[in-house]
Design a protein around this ligand. Structure first.
Ligand code: SF4
Length: 358
């Protein structure tokens, strides 16, 4: 069947199931790449009026605490080093400026595509190289791999500042905080690491139907159809639409690598607060790989967001970016007010990209 015919068939199914439900339903995605697919494919505009899709905290850069970014910069004032980080993290605004501003003051901050680039840099220099390392499970796995390599090769001038976070606790946090949704479009790449089983407790404890979804518009439509069908049939289960990648047990080698280096602790999320057991920190036996254990800096609490920025509500799935009065007027990717407009995984940035405003 041609893709156009297939999408029409799935859409027909969505409309039939939505009519059967006969009330408004709200689904949540928690993945910047899913949100990009939804916007790129114009999927919201194709759906029946009673089917809404909101975005949750799907951008690891957006939720990285301001204090951690500022602490990294303070640490670099005390000891000569090269800081590496990703391009979107480089531009994230804080009350003390961004990494880009810090570089403009003369400090050595470099943008890398992956932690591997940072590691390669450490091999070429005698200077200390510190990777400011954000990301969910998908990014933590390569970070663990690189740390293993550094350990094996006894590379002493390579360290990280871990701001890695876990996604299932964030969804649990939203549910406990009262964000209502009828089903979760579960991120495919995180699930490739943690497997279907990594999400099971959410469904059993909180009665949330889930569909693990791939990243093409057809995947998204199929996942929405599967969620609607589950609701109509009164089933509360996890279904796996992304069977071409995701297995029940996930990637056990990646899980083992993460568990070797990291332990789970409570952690702050920008604009959301502290989420229990949601942060990944280096274990005691690997503390020499974490820069904070060598040099630390006191950083006062700072406001997470500029006045008027509604990024917190966007991250909680309470509003879509076009409800923020600053969206596209004051706040654009060139003049971002909040973190959700900076990162290419941020919901505001994605909305802007496909809004026709640029
Ligand atoms: S559009 Fe800008 S100001 Fe508004 S919520 Fe998004 S990041 Fe914040």
């Amino acid at each position: 069947m041609k893709p156009g015919a297939l999408s029409e068939k799935i859409l027909g199914g969505i409309f039939r199931e939505a009519e059967k439900i006969g009330k408004e339903v709200k689904f949540m995605d928690v993945c910047g790449t899913h949100e990009d697919t939804i916007n790129r494919g114009g999927i919201r505009s194709l759906l029946p009026d009673n089917v809404k899709v909101f975005a949750g905290p799907g951008c690891p850069v957006c939720i990285t605490p301001v204090e951690d970014i500022v602490r990294m910069m303070e640490i670099a004032k005390q000891k000569d080093m090269v800081i590496t980080t990703f391009g979107d993290m480089y531009r994230i605004p804080t009350p003390a400026g961004s990494f880009a501003d810090f570089k403009a003051q003369g400090y050595d901050v470099r943008v890398v595509y992956s932690i591997f680039d940072s590691y390669k840099l450490a091999l070429k220099t005698d200077r200390l190289v510190v990777h400011f390392s954000p990301g969910f499970e998908t990014t933590t796995a390569p970070a663990a791999g690189m740390l293993a390599e550094a350990e094996r090769e006894k590379i002493e001038n390579f360290k990280i500042y871990s701001v890695h976070r876990l996604t299932p606790p964030a969804v649990e946090f939203l549910l406990k905080a009262g964000t209502k949704f009828d089903g979760l479009i579960t991120p495919g790449h995180v699930s490739a690491i943690i497997g279907v089983r990594g999400w099971e407790s959410l469904t059993s404890q909180y009665r949330v139907p889930q569909v693990i979804s791939g990243f093409e518009p057809l995947d998204m439509l199929a996942s929405i159809y599967m969620l609607l069908k589950m609701l109509n049939e009164g089933r509360v289960e996890i279904e796996n639409e992304y069977t071409r990648v995701v297995r029940y047990e996930g990637n056990e080698s990646a899980q083992a690598a993460i568990n070797e280096f990291f332990e789970v602790r409570d952690a702050k999320w920008r604009a959301l607060g502290t989420i229990p057991e949601s942060g990944l920190f280096l274990k005691k036996e690997y503390e020499h790989l974490e820069i904070r254990n060598e040099v630390d800096a006191e950083v006062p609490d700072m406001p997470d967001l500029e006045r008027g920025c509604r990024c917190g509500e966007v991250l909680r799935g309470l509003i879509l970016p076009d409800k923020c009065p600053l969206f596209g007027r004051v706040c654009t990717p060139r003049t971002p007010v909040g973190p959700c407009m900076v990162s290419y995984e941020g919901t505001c940035n994605i909305f802007y990209k496909y809004s026709g405003l640029r």
